[in-house]
Design a protein. Structure first.
Lengths: 403, 356
């Protein structure tokens, strides 16, 4: 391969930047400036505005919603450097990536690794265009942290599997088109009896019931499968390979749940700003309650160290060409800090910060309460903190299995 | 661990080889048994100088290698792992004060000697047991310094003191008008009260009004580096111990209650390392140093405190014995936590820097 001079590379970089600028100028609707986030657009109820739809389609056509995925499956095929430029230019324009959700964050990367050519051609392009929503059929009433205990069965009926059982905590199940599911194809082996199956949510025999949560929201569902016929070609990998594939997918989930950047964006206003507003300041401009000021600083210092850790994990992983061992702490630390911040936020506001509904509360105050409650899920889902501790102790620290 | 250049990896490996083979904790025990007030082995310091460690942050034109703060931090971390007693960190901070605030003449006079390890420097700021750079009473009149400094690190071996007075930082050579009194702390390293009684003092006139803060931030960060090495070592030693110690016919490492505590400490140690390396990288880039230094020292305080306590508890009764090393780390830990800003100080400074 002919080597390129630094000047050539500089030119290519600038050319790409110009291409992005022109694309954004031509396609990003002014009314969406500084509004969007990928999560809500894809995982919430179906109420896309025409402007949102046109932006999603424009980005989807380029494959820039999944910029690093291969072009042949509808991805952007961009280099890391180009992705950085894309993100910079989107941010500068107040634009956002409208394509996200579980298909992008979890299922897509896993299918690209384990799926057959036919499966990739069928499923990846609609994810890249943001047209199809996926949900996750993992947990069951008796298979939470002990996920491998799952009992939903898929029985071989020649040209199809017959699926029976119940899944729970199906995020966004009521809005999803398809479900990637762990099912039991063999009762004789706990782990090797699990397979990875793709199920249409509108297939006969699939029933979805939203679960009302303490936050008042229903982001999770129970999903029931009663004699659901699933074509054989929807098996990913081989029969019995489900546990391996399913765990790989969870790695993608944890990476996304703990990503310092997205977490920071979800965290909202700074605690010191909230305290200034609700508690006031003294003559020196310090938060009037010195104990609270000290606790906020304590939190902010640890939060800074967490953000630095996220950055370091990314740099180390890149340099080593593998996953850095400190990546294993990001999920547990990030979610714990997120909960601490939510608790501090409502505490600073006093009873004004515990409003449930109605008059006398701002939108931010009401949203804060719901976020605080919903946030309790973060240390439970995606591998609870206790499971993360087991993983760190056994895989990273080499502490032996409990006998 | 931050991503290192090839030279930095070589430097780190060299430091690790040397501390492991030539300066294990047993060497500190020998120094301690010797009972010398300076509490380090001058021959070991001479070896460090030969390996170039004393000049790591000093510019090449003044006899250093200009290798940067991250490089200095790697070495100091390794020294912290084996409790290697030396005035290296202290002398590097003193050199940095001259780099920041010294005239060309002062730089030309002192930096080559500090870089060569021929002169040992020490920083004398606080006048009481708690770090409080806003409460300096030492004064210089007509080039003569009068005042007292409390608990000066590495005072006994120092030839040159960087001293905070009311109107700025001064260089004072040991000798007439510089009177040391031993202050034996629990870590049994070199600490002294110093009475300056009309000692000849030369001002570091450059560096701006916040020169003292800049120097203290460097002291905070290199101190945090030593603490990082200590925390890493206590963690590793404790983990090894749990994997060997058998009770109830099982090695302790199989107990989930202990596994989860170690997982928590591992996570905290990761945060501490990120914070400390963030401080070093801020010094090398020159950007955001006050905040990064505050985060580094605060996290070093918090995490080393926790790990040194847990280290004792998880070693059980053996952790209480002088024969085991873990107690030595505990004692040094508290001294460093209290130096250049304890946790309360760091939180207050962090809030003030953040405008709240």
């Amino acid at each position: 391969m002919a080597s390129r001079s630094p000047i050539d590379m500089q030119d290519e970089t600038e050319a790409f930047r110009e291409e992005v600028r022109q694309f954004v100028a031509q396609n990003f609707p002014e009314e969406l400036k500084n509004t969007g986030s990928a999560m809500s657009a894809v995982e919430g109820p179906d109420e896309e505005t025409p402007a949102q739809q046109s932006w999603r389609e424009a980005m989807g056509q380029r494959g820039w919603g999944v910029p690093t995925w291969p072009r042949e499956y509808g991805g952007g095929g961009l280099t890391r450097k180009q992705v950085a430029i894309l993100n910079e230019e989107l941010a500068k324009a107040g634009a956002y990536n409208p394509i996200g959700g579980m298909g992008v964050m979890m299922f897509g990367p896993t299918l690209l690794e384990y799926g057959s050519e036919e499966q990739k051609k069928e499923h990846i392009p609609p994810i890249a265009r943001g047209e199809i929503r996926w949900c996750q059929g993992y947990s069951e009433p008796n298979a939470g942290s002990d996920l491998a205990n799952l009992q939903t069965t898929a029985v071989d009926k020649g040209d199809h599997y017959l699926v029976n059982g119940q899944k729970t905590w199906t995020s966004g199940g009521q809005w999803a088109d398809k479900c990637f599911c762990l099912v039991r194809t063999d009762r004789s082996d706990k782990h090797k009896g699990i397979s990875f199956l793709l199920i249409d949510m509108d297939a006969p025999g699939v029933e979805v019931r939203p679960i009302q949560m303490i936050s008042g929201m229903s982001p999770f569902c129970e999903t029931f499968f009663t004699d659901v016929e699933v074509p054989k070609e929807n098996l990913v990998g081989e029969e019995g390979q489900g546990w391996t594939i399913g765990k790989r997918l969870l790695q993608h989930e944890r990476t996304n749940l703990s990503g310092g950047g997205s977490m920071a964006r979800m965290m909202g206003a700074s605690l010191s700003d909230i305290a200034r507003k609700y508690v006031g300041t003294d003559a020196e401009g310090h938060i009037a309650d010195p104990v609270l000021r000290d606790r906020i600083a304590d939190f902010e210092i640890r939060w800074s160290a967490f953000l630095l850790t996220g950055r370091r994990a990314a740099e180390e992983s890149k340099a080593q060409g593998g996953v850095s061992e400190i990546s294993s702490v990001l999920k547990k630390v990030g979610t714990k800090l997120g909960q601490e911040k939510a608790e501090l936020t409502i505490e600073i506001m006093g009873l004004q910060g515990l409003g449930w509904e109605g008059e006398g509360f701002s939108e931010a105050e009401l949203a804060g309460v719901r976020a605080w409650l919903f946030g309790k899920a973060t240390t439970i889902y995606g591998g609870s903190t206790e499971i993360q501790n087991n993983i760190i102790a056994k895989r990273v620290l080499g502490m032996l299995d409990h006998q | 661990m931050a991503v290192l250049s090839e030279e930095q990896e070589m430097l780190r490996d060299m430091a690790r080889d040397w501390t492991t083979n030539e300066s294990p904790v047993a060497e500190w025990r020998k120094v301690r048994a010797g009972g010398e007030a300076q509490a380090y082995d001058p021959a070991a310091y001479a070896t460090m100088a030969e390996m170039g460690w004393t000049g790591v942050v000093v510019p090449e034109e003044h006899g250093g290698s200009d290798f940067g703060w991250l490089s200095a931090g790697l070495v100091i971390e390794e020294l912290g792992k084996t409790l290697t007693a030396s005035p290296l960190a202290s002398s590097i901070v003193a050199a940095s004060a001259i780099m920041l605030g010294g005239s060309e003449e002062q730089k030309a006079k002192w930096l080559p000697q500090l870089a060569a390890g021929e002169v040992v420097g020490a920083l004398a700021v606080d006048e009481g047991p708690r770090h409080d750079p806003a409460a300096i009473e030492a004064q210089v009149t007509g080039g003569k310094l009068t005042g007292t400094k409390a608990f000066v690190h590495e005072a006994h071996g120092a030839d040159l003191f960087v001293v905070a007075a009311q109107d700025g930082l001064y260089l004072v050579e040991k000798g007439e008008g510089v009177i040391l009194s031993d202050r034996k702390l629990t870590d049994q390293r070199s600490h002294a009260a110093i009475a300056f009684d009309g000692a000849a003092a030369v001002r570091l006139a450059g560096g701006g009004d916040d020169l003292l803060d800049q120097v203290l931030d460097r002291a905070r960060i290199v101190t945090a580096c030593e603490m990082l090495g200590m925390a890493q070592q206590v963690f590793d030693t404790t983990l090894d111990y749990l994997k060997q110690r058998v009770q109830f016919n099982q090695v302790l490492a199989t107990f989930q209650a202990l596994q989860h505590r170690m997982a928590d400490l591992f996570a905290d140690l990761a945060l501490m390392r990120s914070a400390v390396e963030g401080g070093l990288q801020a010094l090398d880039s020159g950007f955001g140093v006050p905040r990064a230094a505050t985060v580094a020292k605060a996290e070093a305080n918090r995490v080393l405190h926790l790990i040194s306590r847990e280290g004792i508890q998880l070693h059980g009764g053996m952790g209480m014995t002088d024969e085991y090393d873990v107690g030595l780390y505990l004692k040094r830990a508290r001294v460093l936590e209290a130096s250049f800003g304890n946790t309360a100080y760091c939180r207050n400074r962090f809030a003030s820097l953040g405008g709240y």
